[in-house]
Design a protein. Structure first.
Length: 208
């Protein structure tokens, strides 16, 4: 009972911070033309299939009235995880889920909220890397996470390439820019693995 009472102030503080974060993130809005090009098979779909399994993204979508509660829960969960390695795991989980949700929103012709979701999801990918790096500097063996993160980054890039045919023309430059998170994430993980003498996953985009 005592440990729960000790943790209560931290929990209250986290929820105060997340409330501000949720309200701030709610201000991000994109507006694009309602029409979008018809989906067509991309080079990525035909030639690249990264071996990485995404988690189930859940039934609550970012356009649901309940989304702010789910996003707030994620923020609280992240902030109440006190080790960098745990934060890295959670950030990657949240990033994976938001990527799938963004793709679904593009498929359902909701590009404004899809782009907002994709942006926040790929920022979580960057947060995962930053926390891994901190854990590694603290002396933790993060080799297994680095391998998973490298594959995840490649899969994120693959998925973003797949959704590009669904994106309105005026939004494509922004989506292509967001793709840099996964490109840079893979390169950073590859270099960290190589420094440990561990072979990194092969980049199937090399030369494309």
């Amino acid at each position: 009972m005592r440990k729960y009472l000790i943790g209560l102030p931290a929990f209250i503080l986290a929820f105060g911070v997340l409330s501000v974060s949720v309200l701030r993130s709610a201000g991000v809005r994109y507006v694009f033309a309602s029409s979008s090009p018809s989906p067509s098979p991309s080079k990525t779909e035909k030639e690249i299939n990264v071996d990485y399994k995404f988690p189930y993204p859940g039934k609550i979508m970012p356009d649901s009235p309940l989304w702010s509660l789910k996003a707030g829960r994620d923020i609280a969960w992240y902030k109440l995880s006190f080790t960098p390695s745990k934060k890295a795991d959670l950030a990657l989980l949240f990033s994976d889920k938001r990527l799938l949700l963004a793709k679904s929103l593009f498929e359902n012709k909701k590009p404004d909220i899809a782009l907002s979701t994709l942006t926040k999801g790929e920022k979580y990918l960057e947060m995962a890397w930053n926390n891994e790096e901190m854990a590694r500097k603290n002396g933790e063996d993060t080799s297994a996470f680095l391998l998973r993160f490298a594959n995840a980054s490649l899969k994120h890039r693959e998925t973003i390439e797949e959704m590009l045919p669904l994106v309105p023309e005026d939004a494509k430059p922004e989506v292509i820019k967001i793709e840099d998170y996964s490109k840079n994430g893979y390169k950073a993980a590859r270099d960290a693995l190589n420094s440990k003498g561990i072979p990194s996953p092969i980049d199937p985009f090399d030369g494309h």
